[in-house]
Design a protein around this ligand. Sequence first.
Ligand code: ADP
Length: 400
Amino acid sequence: MKILVINSGSSSLKYQLIDMETENVLAKGLCERIGIENSNFIYKANGVTIEKQIDMPSHKVAVKLVLDQLTDPQVGVISSMSEIDGVGHRVVASGEAFKKPTLVTKQAMQLMEEIKDLAPLHNPAAIVGVNACLAQMPDTPMVLVFDTGFHFTMPDYAYMYAVDYKHYEKYKIRRYGAHGTSHKFVAEEAAKYLGKDISQLKIITCHLGNGSSISAVKGGKCIDTSMGFTPLAGVPMGTRSGDIDYAAAEYIARKEGMNVSQMLTYLNKQCGMLGVSGVSSDFRDLTAAAEQGNYRAQLALNMFAYATKKYIGAYAAALNGVDVIVFTAGIGENDNNIRAAALKDMEYLGVKLDPKANNNCPRGTIAEIQAADSAVKVLVIPTNEELVIARETMREANLA
Ligand code: ADP
């Protein structure tokens, strides 16, 4: 049983072919600059990396190249396309139209068209990606897996915004969250690793990457999450502001002569760590600059750690306690300073880190970093969103 996982961006397409018997990645890669000059194709399998500059005017061409490479007699990992049993497509936004992974049908794609403007940069790309795959593999079952899916168990009082109710009814304005596949994966991995039944656990999952979100998971179900109607909400991120008083945004817009769409671009692309530090959105650069005495780089790091801490505190309250805190994604898995700063002075909550374990955390594997006398387990867990998409694809397409 082999599942192809596709993550389409507006000018990119990431792919992984996963053997579901072993859950091993057989091949993976990336098509970059689709529809732009100097397109770049990357393929990795069996320890070999192939990179070539090759014209990719459309996603359809990119998918064809991926399939040709996967079935290539020399470097391929399958002998024919028919070995691909299903295709899972990552989709960023679902609105309330899709509350779970959904088989690709004409009707589903019609609904996808209707919710396109919920994520104008990402959802249209997913539609293009699905159509590109359908053109090559019309008889292979395909499943849409939504970043928002895991969060649909939130209670109404957690997902509602305090706006005029008619705007919820009319436009479905509410919290949807994001990174759902990652939060689900690491919460389930945490329970498995600890040998506990997830239905008995209160877990706070911190997906800290270029985009960051934090979720409260009770009995395996999400009850709250920090991102909102879009990924702009929550903790400050690489280039996103995170939570902000909208009157402050309006004030900047007025003073700087920005319209609403320019303001949103500013809040998504020029704020966060990049905006505060003036150095970079990358935590490695920020740490290096802070070590050289750069005040604004240190300030940005402090703000990020503090915002993370506040969400952890809030979610411990929402969960009525916490058994496990999980860190994942680029920053969560690699940045020991942020983990330590976010969990500093939380002994009252039963959270105590082991500095040695935190500082020497091995990469690419699950690690426990709490002190021996910490009531709360603190785990670092590598995320694997593609595997969740592949598993959901198998389930939804009845391939299991
Ligand atoms: P994305 O949201 O793009 O999937 P990732 O989860 O890959 O992001 O996280 C990328 C971010 O992780 C980088 O921008 C960087 O800030 C951070 N990061 C990656 N490696 C390290 C590291 N060794 N130390 C600190 N931060 C890191």
